[in-house]
Design a protein around this ligand. Structure first.
Ligand SMILES: Nc1ncnc2c1ncn2[C@@H]1O[C@H](COP(=O)(O)OP(=O)(O)OP(=O)(O)O)[C@@H](O)[C@H]1O
Ligand SMILES: O=C(O)c1ccc[n+]([C@@H]2O[C@H](COP(=O)([O-])O)[C@@H](O)[C@H]2O)c1
Length: 188
């Protein structure tokens, strides 16, 4: 099978992530999308980062009813920060019958040249890119595929700041995730 690996901090998962995954699974040759929750992005500060167990739980709640989506905690058992090439290598060894591609938002292309062994990622795996407002990624490589789909101006940063401001996050993420955040009093 051809698997799209959707790596992310998912702090928290929001409807943007779900729409991206659905477009990738439904409109490309990807059979499944696996959401890989990264404990620590090498480029991001830890300040507002929730514990990875909470982030994984929210991903699981969000995708529970989608047959072709899966959640992965593979990076929880690996050294931190989370370098994508190391995870790709491990997953390829573990699942030799699957072909893996990376799903990324256009913003990630801007700094992609700084990722660990990025040439290897391009050569052996390749990227499926979802457009993101405010970024105009000019990146030419035979293994980089731009998927044309509606842009969404939503981010986990916006979700967190909305919660902090005491405003409603209804419709920004699935109801079950909203309930989890409220029950556990997260991001306040
Ligand atoms: N609205 C969006 N449009 C396109 N790509 C997105 C969007 N939101 C998230 N992504 C992509 O999803 C992946 C995981 O992103 P991440 O979990 O960091 O979400 P985020 O909303 O960008 O978070 P934050 O605001 O905390 O930086 C990344 O590849 C990112 O580019
Ligand atoms: O491998 C790298 O060098 C690398 C550099 C920056 C980001 N990443 C990964 O890219 C993914 C997207 O990160 P984020 O925080 O934007 O969701 C996440 O899994 C990070 O670990 C990976």
């Amino acid at each position: 099978m051809k698997i799209g690996l959707f790596f992310g901090s998912f702090n928290p998962i929001h409807v943007g992530h779900l729409i991206i995954a659905n477009v990738m699974q439904d409109q490309t040759d990807l059979d499944e999308v696996w959401f890989v929750v990264s404990p620590q992005n090498p480029f991001k500060a830890r300040k507002t980062l929730l514990h990875e167990f909470d982030r994984l739980k929210m991903v699981e709640l969000a995708i529970a009813d989608h047959f072709f989506f899966k959640a992965s905690d593979v990076e929880f058992h690996m050294p931190k920060p989370s370098y994508t090439i190391d995870t790709l290598t491990l997953l390829s060894e573990k699942f030799p019958n699957h072909e893996f591609r990376l799903i990324v938002g256009g913003d990630n292309l801007q700094h992609f040249h700084k990722w660990k062994n990025h040439e290897q990622i391009l050569e052996h795996f390749g990227l499926y890119v979802y457009p993101r407002p405010g970024v105009d990624p000019t990146f030419e490589h035979p293994n980089v595929r731009f998927v044309s789909a509606p842009m969404m101006d939503i981010s986990a940063t916006f979700v967190r700041s909305t919660i902090e401001a005491g405003k409603s996050i209804k419709y920004l993420l699935p109801e079950k995730v909203e309930e989890y955040i409220k029950d556990k009093k997260l991001y306040i």
